[in-house]
Design a binder for this molecule. Structure first.
Ligand code: GLV
Ligand code: MN
Ligand code: MN
Length: 406
């Protein structure tokens, strides 16, 4: 058993649904508290000081006497999508601790402070805004707007944080913390199978596609499924269905991606026409112009289909992330460090969002990817082989040693 597998096995049962085998680690829930307790214990075991910033992001510090200057930070997130896999997020946090364990065992003493961070609500699975913790930290979202976000049960972020013992009044940009950071390197399971095709265990990120989330509300008229003539209906399901197909077509035509992964039919009776359909569009593209073109086509289709069925449509943006190109100098430095370790790391773009992409607006940021043999992610079937995870830890340790000096 290695330190990595020890940490992996400890975290594995937390927040796992016995039925699906997937994770339901939503922010500020019991499962989230279990993940945070695990991280605090792990940090303490390594002699690191764990604490929280005002946005609820966890920071575990390795600050041996004599270390000074801008900190080198690694980490990722511990929350999950509904029925997510074990790797998306936790692999980066576990690998961060495992890499520090490796460096300490080798007698390495960093010249600069080193931290492992776990950002809150990266997936936006509970409150709708992806990378919420890093957005708050960098000022990319207004703290009042964040406090007012509500989950599916109507609980606000402010209420959920208070119930978890955190003070939501502290939410917001933290320039002092950001000024103390020199670089952020996030290790993540690859959410695609490019590395498998290239026969490489580890890769380096080039950038992140532009992406965003939009909510579409189709308001119709509730009625009886067995008595109302087709011609007399105002059924919101019909324009919604047409919009799903239009989104697929727009993505295919324009070279982007568009997904409706969440939908609510209200009130949800089998024998009733819905009064409303609420649906969430996730759209992504290699550049912002293409993303906007995909969105335009989807909204046009939804508008036309809604008018044809006398359904009222409203569209609102829940989050948006511009195209990110990671610091080329830092990426090249990572490739060079790995090359010296005998690791050939291809440089890859990704369509997946990450806190590293948000932090890149404020400090040099980079990412390491670990091979995912099937490419499946956001699913209980997400996987990376242990040998590749260990290679990721070795790669991260080499990168941290290089950046934190000796
Ligand atoms: C996060 O995994 C995202 O890309 O939505
Ligand atoms: Mn994810
Ligand atoms: Mn992730």
């Amino acid at each position: 058993m290695t330190f990595f597998t020890e940490l992996w096995d400890e975290l594995l049962p937390v927040g796992r649904d016995a039925g699906s085998g997937g994770y339901r680690r939503y922010s500020w829930t019991e499962a989230d508290a279990g993940c945070r307790a695990w991280a605090e214990r792990t940090a303490a075991g390594l002699g690191m000081q764990a604490g929280y910033d005002g946005n609820g992001n966890l920071w575990a510090w390795w600050r041996p006497p004599g270390s000074a200057g801008p900190a080198v930070v690694t980490g990722s997130h511990l929350d999950s999508v509904p029925d997510g896999g074990a790797f998306d997020g936790p692999l980066g946090v576990i690998s961060g601790f495992a890499a520090i364990g490796k460096l300490r065992a080798a007698g390495f003493r960093p010249a600069r402070p080193v931290a492992v961070a776990a950002f809150t609500e990266e997936e936006g699975a509970r409150f709708g805004v992806a990378c919420l913790g890093s957005r708050l930290l960098t000022g990319a979202i207004d703290p009042d707007a964040a406090r007012a976000l509500r989950d599916a049960a109507g609980i606000s972020l402010a209420g959920a944080m208070s119930a978890a013992g955190r003070d939501p009044a502290l939410l917001g940009r933290d320039d002092e913390l950001l000024a103390s950071l020199g670089a952020y390197v996030e290790l993540h399971v690859e959410q695609g199978s490019a590395l498998a095709g290239l026969d490489a265990a580890v890769g380096v990120a080039e950038g992140i596609w532009a992406h965003g989330r939009w909510r579409l509300d189709f308001a119709g008229r509730a009625d009886h499924a067995g008595t109302i003539r087709l011609a007399d209906r105002r059924d919101p399901m019909l324009p919604y269905a047409k919009t799903v197909l239009a989104a697929r077509q727009a993505a295919a035509d324009l070279g982007g991606l568009a997904t409706f992964g969440k939908v609510q039919a209200v009130p949800g009776g089998v024998n009733a026409i819905s009064s409303a359909v609420h649906a969430w569009l996730d759209a992504r593209a290699p550049d912002e112009a293409t993303l906007l073109a995909v969105l335009d086509q989807v909204v046009d289709a939804a508008t036309q289909a809604s008018a044809a069925h006398q359904v009222r449509l409203s569209v609102s943006r829940e989050s948006a992330s511009p195209l990110v190109t990671f610091d080329p100098e830092l990426a090249a430095r990572l490739v060079g460090v790995l090359d010296r370790e005998g690791i050939t790391a291809p440089v890859l773009p990704t369509g997946a969002g990450h806190d590293a992409g948000v932090l890149a607006a404020r400090l040099p940021a980079a990412m390491l990817f670990v091979r995912n043999p099937t490419g499946v992610s956001h699913s209980p079937a997400e996987h990376a082989d242990l040998a590749d995870c260990e290679a990721g830890v070795a790669a991260l340790a080499a990168v941290l040693a290089d950046l934190a000096g000796s």
